[in-house]
Design a protein around this ligand. Sequence first.
Ligand code: NI
Length: 175
Amino acid sequence: MAIREIIILPDKQLRLVSRPVEKVTPEIRKLADDMFETMYDAPGIGLAAIQVAQPLRMITMDLAKRDENGETQPRPRVFINPEVISSSEETSVYEEGCLSIPEYYEEVERPARVRVRFTDLDGKLHEEDAEGLFATCIQHEIDHLNGVLFVDYLSKLKRDRVLRKFTKAARRTAE
Ligand code: NI
């Protein structure tokens, strides 16, 4: 496993539409391993392949559960070619962040529940209902596969402000 570099706003790759994973090859498994290592190291709860500069429709996620002893149990999950097949009319608001927009958090309103279809690392197709944090996280990550970022849901004023901030920061590191 290896930690890969996470690309940061305003990197243009974040706006790419990722392509479907045709087949779960050893390279795809390796990418999933690396994405988990990168995500845990960051640390974050979800990561889309494009965030490590791989334009493939693939997501890693770990919404770790606490066990009865209050200890956190890892729960790594991979979603290949995920799609939302239905969404609730009811919405919920979560404060979101993104490893590609570090240390910036804002509330975003999304459907409270979604039904998701995806393939796992064994190539098996699944359908699953998501709610709560899982629903928000999977929608946020699927957005990445379509070149959409959570700041796109904010007011133009807020979005322009965060874009300017990260553009300036990128210019400073480049100097
Ligand atoms: Ni993100």
